[in-house]
Ligand binder design. Structure first.
Ligand code: NAD
Length: 478
């Protein structure tokens, strides 16, 4: 494959093409480029589960892209479209994502061809436990070798089943909880994991807007305040991103695209109300008669400031790219822009904040959860009260001084409340995530700005990631 696109490539080809564009600008040891790009292995499993009086056969995958660091990490997706090409593309993206945000993992991904909406909770539990059994007995779920997480169609509930099934199969493994992340807090999870990917999208946009030259490149100005945003997919990632951008940054959500259509409102949609409606009605139709658009994907082409595809891959492609108007696209989903569309958008000057960075909040907080599970203690438990006691000492001393000097000033109670409160786990997680998103952006941005041959953030992100993976291979003597 060379760097130009004439037909729509598959998802994996798209990822490889983007990789190739960056690798062509690097001086890698001969052969290392291929070694980094190829997917190491993909395991396909077909298993039967007896449901409703009959055996149903399911097909699942777990792909390991790179084991330059272990464990390898990557979500498990439940969707009808899951196939080998898709899990391999997603596993490759995990390798580059983990390198970019400096989480010490190789890349992996899994998937099960299933529409989870067709099964009740008990059935899904039996299917998930059986899938877990098949993967765990081959060490494709393992705290030190392969650690899944949620992705499309899965969440805390499925991760809790996986953790429990693994623990049942490994009764003496004290670290068994670290075999999967994205668990609910009461089952070994961490505060802030559910919101993490959407929160990371928000932090990524905030960091982007801290760099005025990038904002100018996108033809925008100012801050996130008042920016018109269209979101595709109001699931875990899309919902949290939209909610935080609206409630905390003053952005306007002018379009929400779902499976069954879209809602548009230039005054701004109520994200909480729409999400509630979707949960109760399975889609957006019926939410309001005005502003409903039956042809959901056409709303990707709506005039707006920021487009947030947060559903599935390949939605911006050669068939619609010419009509995409947003000057800034942040890829909350994995692979929403195909390689062909990416090339056209970049030539046109559209700024794309790439998936491997934009949605890395999930794996970042998963890393924190994994560390928490291995250390068997929640973050902040040792320091929090000691920190509060030290702050109290300063406040008391300041108040004593002010009294002894006869001054009138006092500390406001709001300041005292905030200053005296030691950070809990959620605050620490958000702080770690914010730091990660800022540091990773800086690494990409430096390459983007320093090199004349790097025209876009995606190529910059690949260069940073490939360079780190290459360094890791070199350290192993390859
Ligand atoms: P999810 O299942 O929670 O939500 C997906 C949403 O997209 C749902 O609301 C669904 O109805 C909607 N959707 C599905 N098909 C659609 C279509 N054709 N048009 C419009 N909307 C559609 O999934 P998620 O976890 O939010 O994942 C979304 C994307 O983010 C995926 O690409 C996933 O790989 C990526 N991602 C997720 C995480 C995570 O932590 N969950 C982390 C990194 C990346």
């Amino acid at each position: 494959m060379d760097g130009s696109v004439t037909r729509e490539p598959t998802f994996r080809e798209s990822v490889d093409l983007m990789f190739n564009r960056a690798a062509a600008l690097m001086e890698l040891t001969p052969g290392l480029e291929d070694k980094i790009r190829v997917c190491n292995s993909t395991y396909t499993v077909r298993f039967g589960v007896k449901l409703r009086g009959k055996i149903h056969t399911f097909t699942g995958y777990r792909s390991v892209h790179s084991e330059h660091m272990e464990p390898v990490k990557g979500g498990i997706r439940y969707a009808m479209g899951v196939n080998q090409d898709e899990v391999e593309a997603l596993a490759a993206l995990m390798t580059y994502k983990c390198a970019l945000v400096e989480t010490p993992f190789g890349g992996s991904k899994g998937g099960l061809c299933i529409d989870p909406r067709e099964y009740d909770e008990d059935e899904l539990e039996r299917i998930t436990r059986r899938f877990t059994y098949e993967l765990a007995k081959r060490d494709l779920i393992h705290p030190s070798q392969n650690v899944p997480a949620p992705d499309m169609g899965t969440g805390e509930r499925e991760m809790a089943w996986i953790a429990d099934q693994y623990a049942r199969m490994n009764t003496t493994d004290i670290n068994s909880r670290a075999c999967v992340t994205g668990k609910p807090p009461h089952a070994g999870g961490i505060q802030g994991r559910v919101e993490a990917t959407g929160r990371g999208v928000q932090y990524a946009l905030r960091e982007f807007f801290r760099h005025p030259d990038g904002v100018r490149d996108a033809g925008l100005s100012g801050t996130l305040e008042g920016k018109r945003i269209v979101v595709q997919g109001l699931g875990n990632v899309g919902y949290h991103a939209a909610k935080f951008l609206l409630e905390e940054d003053g952005a306007r959500i002018v379009g929400i695209i779902e499976r069954d259509g879209a809602l548009v409102d230039d005054e701004g949609l109520d994200v909480e109300a729409v999400s509630h409606w979707i949960r109760n009605h399975g889609g957006v139709s019926g939410y309001s008669s005005s502003g409903y658009v039956e042809d959901g994907p056409s709303v990707l082409e709506k005039d707006c400031d920021i487009l947030v595809p947060a559903a599935l891959e390949g939605v911006i492609n050669l068939t619609n790219v010419d009509r995409i108007k947003a000057p800034l696209i942040i890829e909350a989903a994995n692979g929403p822009v195909t390689a062909g569309a990416d090339e056209i958008l970049c030539k046109r000057g559209t700024v794309i904040i790439p998936d491997m960075y934009a949605n890395a909040g999930g794996v970042t907080v998963s890393y924190f959860e994994w560390v928490k599970n291995l250390s068997h203690i929640r973050f902040g438990r040792m320091q929090r009260r000691q920190e509060e006691a030290r702050h109290m000492l300063i406040v008391q001393e300041l108040e004593r001084l002010s009294r002894s000097l006869g001054d009138e000033w006092t500390l406001t109670s709001d300041f005292k409340d905030k200053y005296l409160r030691g950070a809990d786990e959620l605050e620490l997680v958000r702080s770690g995530l914010d730091d990660t998103m800022r540091t990773a952006y800086q690494a990409m941005y430096d390459v983007w700005r320093a090199r004349d041959d790097v025209m876009d953030l995606r190529t910059a992100a690949y260069i940073v990631a490939i360079d780190r993976v290459a360094a890791s291979y070199k350290a192993k003597g390859l």
